[in-house]
Design a protein around this ligand. Structure first.
Ligand code: HEC
Length: 443
């Protein structure tokens, strides 16, 4: 492997890795109102109890936010066998074939007792809530506000999408090339893009959705702006009405790595990795090594961890070691590792198994994102809400030669579980051919 080809291999990974997610989303955010917390089912919301199921078990309402069943835009939806109607204010304010119009008092009655304005007792799949009149009032008003939040930054002739400015200017440029110079008009609206410099101030972002987020997705709680195609792999299973990614998740990649590594390999894992892979490791009977107790690195070692852990590994790596890691995590230490003489084995979530590595990963990523956005906005229809856009992804299947196949119906938050395993043989061997090999990993 030549230095040049090692660089190229490294550069392909930089998509995610070089953008170290130092930013914590929403750290300066105000506490949500009770109504918003109830609607969204925010964790920690214990001011209100929900009575759930036929036996009316009392549980904190945080697990039973309205949007879980009625959708983030309140338009209703299906959750498994369950079908929840629309609770948009405009709909509740009108009589339907099934019931008279709701008033605030009738809405409160329904939430407390399950009886609708026509006197029908609703199915027990709709929880009952222990609410005082002030809370009912707040929630009733919030349903009205919610419709506006869900349509913010959509006008009659445009929809505004934001790029995370920290992701680099090349991604928007590649996307613009893919969309055509004049941008695109869908359902009579032009897609407009703006670049945002402080992506962590999500509440203040004046856009419909944030693309290419560098914010730390593991801690992300969208309240009104969803993330599309964040640049780091998702940790586990974020809500698909908040985030739609384009990489195999961190745990799926770890899974692929464990399959590729010999059973005798040691597993070096820090706290950030431990929570994610402990089940997997336990089921395989492998033993874990804490990075702080690491003194040498001979033989096969699987590393799952953050930047600090990789720094430690890079210090100890040498010609005798073969190091397995997630491409996105290894990227920051890649040059040091490659020049230590270690053999590297890494996941690459940016490549379809049959793609050539020649086209830069960031170009392929941006092109694929452009195709997904166009598809989702088209499917979401003329009356565009954030909920409608996020639901539209479930109908998208995209198979391109230069990206792992995307299917959000099967893999709602990430679209894919696929990553390829790449081998970067140890240097120095100045004239050896690029020894990269790949194996398919589709669970
Ligand atoms: C676990 C799922 C679930 C959650 C959580 C949930 N609902 Fe429902 N909701 C339903 C289902 C299912 C129905 C329809 C039941 C039926 O028709 O018998 C329903 C019906 C309703 C109706 C009646 C609509 C009509 O046209 O009569 C309203 C209003 C409503 N829900 C409001 C809320 C609010 C407000 C919240 C949050 C505080 C909430 N729901 C949380 C499942 C849920």
């Amino acid at each position: 492997m030549t230095l040049g080809s090692a660089r190229r291999a490294g550069a392909a990974l930089v998509l995610a890795g070089a953008l170290s997610p130092a930013v914590v989303a929403g750290s300066e955010r105000e506490a949500p109102s009770l109504a918003e917390a109830l609607y969204l089912g925010l964790p920690g919301e214990s001011r209100v109890a929900a009575l759930v199921g036929a036996a009316s078990a009392s549980v904190p309402a945080s697990g039973f936010g309205c949007r879980n069943c009625h959708g983030r835009d309140g338009r209703g939806g299906r959750e498994g066998a369950l079908s929840a109607p629309s609770i948009e204010r405009a709909v509740l304010d009108r009589a339907s074939a099934r019931r008279p119009a709701y008033t605030e008092a009738a809405f409160g009655e329904l939430l407390r007792t399950g009886r609708d304005p026509g006197g029908r007792l609703l199915d027990s799949s709709m929880p009952r809530y222990v609410l005082d009149p002030a809370a009912v009032h707040a929630l009733w008003s919030y349903l009205d506000i919610r419709a506006g939040i869900e349509r913010r930054r959509v006008s009659a002739d445009a929809v505004v999408l934001a790029f995370d400015g920290r992701a680099g200017a090349d991604l928007p440029a590649a996307m613009a090339r893919a969309l055509g110079a004049d941008g695109l008009i869908l359902h009579g609206r032009r897609l407009r893009f703006v670049s945002i410099d402080e992506p962590e101030r999500l509440d203040a972002i004046e856009a419909f959705a944030l693309l290419f987020a560098t914010v730390r997705v593991t801690e992300f709680r969208d309240r009104n702006i969803p993330l599309l195609f964040p640049l780091t792999p998702l940790q586990s299973r974020p809500r698909p009405d908040e985030v739609r990614g384009m990489f195999a998740s961190r745990s799926d990649q770890a899974d692929a790595l464990l399959k590729a590594a010999p059973a005798t390999a040691r597993v070096v894992v820090d706290r950030s990795g431990r929570s994610m892979i402990s089940d997997l490791i336990a089921s395989e009977g492998r033993s874990l090594v804490d990075p702080s107790s690491l003194t040498e690195l001979d033989g096969d070692v699987i590393v799952i961890g953050d930047r600090e852990t990789w720094d430690q590994v890079a210090r100890l790596a040498g010609p005798g070691s073969r190091i397995f890691g997630l491409g996105s995590e290894m990227a920051g230490a890649f040059e040091r590792l490659a020049s230590s003489g270690a053999h590297l084995v890494l996941t690459d979530a940016t490549m379809a198994s049959d793609a050539s590595a020649e086209s830069p990963a960031r170009d392929r990523f941006a092109r694929t994102a452009a195709a997904l956005i166009v598809e989702a906005v088209s499917l979401a229809g003329r009356d565009l809400t954030r909920g409608g856009l996020m639901r539209a992804f479930d109908r998208i299947r995209l198979s391109r030669r230069d990206w792992p196949p995307i299917d959000y119906a099967r893999h709602p938050a990430t679209g894919t579980r696929e990553s390829v395993i790449r081998h970067i043989p140890s240097r120095p061997a100045p004239d050896r051919r690029d020894g990269r090999t790949m194996s398919r990993n589709e669970p």
